[in-house]
Ligand binder design. Structure first.
Ligand code: APR
Length: 316
């Protein structure tokens, strides 16, 4: 019998993204899962349902639902999805104040019950919320990381694979910057089985894929009409949890606190990160063109504007 440690993952927010993240974490056998929400009964119901899928799907995760933060005690990884989802016509920044207040409440509890955890933020506006969580948690920046680049890159990978009719698994890319209209997809770092897409697709097609990636979240919001994407966001968060729990040292685009990299300081923004058991174990500085660097810095400026609004509202 294995004597290995069983990891514990807390999913805070048991809505669409939180429940799907719990499902993916269970399917990946990352550990036991605690699904937390303020709505009574709902996380308990979803947790029981997920546990009962275990015998069929072949996972051993115990999934517990709760409204009591005490149950997240000792979690190794905390995935925060709690908040209000973006509605059609609503910008990510519109969500700022409400979600910042929710984040404050949650971070206090994470600090009390899971002070050694690594925290993955999913709540939008992503980069600003990750910065807010970093401030409210008081954790070292390595242990507070935002999920955005994984999702944006997955969207771009899917669009490239759809365009070329190739396996999704063969496509690799990096999407940097903030999780929003100013994100910075990098065609020069996009490959299919090692072949740069610049050799496989015309500039027009690449431009169209970049544009569709930028608007990827909005495209789904307008189709769903109520609520926003959840399968791919949840899969991305679970992927990051796996890299941390299994100490993979995986290079993934994530929102991390910059400290001079790319000429930026004291801002959370999407950059290539080495994710392992220490959380953000390193930030890779890619060689960017002048235009890409400028786009990244402009993207950071947008995040700073959000942070400044929170500071002006005394919400940080
Ligand atoms: N503590 C715990 N849970 C909370 C709190 C709180 N203080 N406030 C709200 N919640 C819960 C809600 O009860 C709800 O169940 O957060 C959950 C959010 O779930 P959904 O409304 O289904 O939203 P979802 O689609 O999961 O998106 C969550 O992820 O991608 C982002 O933009 C998205 O910010 C949004 C977040």
């Amino acid at each position: 019998m294995s004597t290995g440690k069983r990891f514990k993952i807390a999913c805070i927010g048991a809505g669409n993204v939180g429940a799907a993240a719990a499902q993916y974490c269970a399917e990946m056998d990352l550990g036991d899962i605690v699904l937390t929400d303020i709505v009574e009964g709902m996380p308990q119901g979803k947790a029981l349902d997920l546990t009962q899928a275990g015998p069929i799907r072949g996972y051993n995760a115990m999934v517990q639902g709760t409204n009591d933060y005490k149950d997240i005690e000792g979690s190794d990884v905390v995935i925060i999805t709690a908040g209000l989802p973006r509605q059609p016509g609503m910008s990510r920044l519109d969500l700022l104040e409400k979600n910042a207040n929710i984040m404050g409440d949650i971070c206090g509890n994470v600090n009390t019950y899971a002070p050694n955890s690594t925290v993955i933020i999913v709540t939008n506006p992503l980069d600003v919320m990750t910065y807010a969580a970093f401030k409210k948690l008081g954790f070292p920046p390595e242990r507070v990381v935002g999920m955005a680049g994984c999702l944006d890159s997955a969207r771009m990978r899917a669009f490239v694979a759809m365009e070329l009719n190739t396996s999704m698994k063969n496509v690799d890319t990096m999407v940097l910057g903030s999780h929003g209209d100013t994100m910075v997809p990098l065609p020069q770092y996009t490959t299919v089985s090692g072949i740069p897409i610049t050799r496989l697709l015309s500039q027009d097609r690449i431009d169209a894929i970049v544009e569709r990636t930028r608007k990827g979240g909005g495209e789904i919001v307008s189709l769903l009409k109520t609520g926003s994407a959840y399968y791919a966001p949840a899969a991305s968060a679970a992927r990051m949890a796996q890299a941390i729990i299994r100490d993979e040292k995986q290079l993934l685009p994530c929102s991390a606190l910059l400290n001079g990299q790319y000429g930026l300081e004291d801002v959370y923004i999407g950059v290539p990160v080495r994710l392992g058991k220490g959380g953000v174990e390193g930030i890779l500085e890619l060689d960017l063109s002048q235009d890409e660097l400028k786009a990244l810095q402009e993207s950071a400026e947008e995040v700073r504007t959000g942070i400044k609004s929170l500071q002006d509202m005394n919400a940080l």
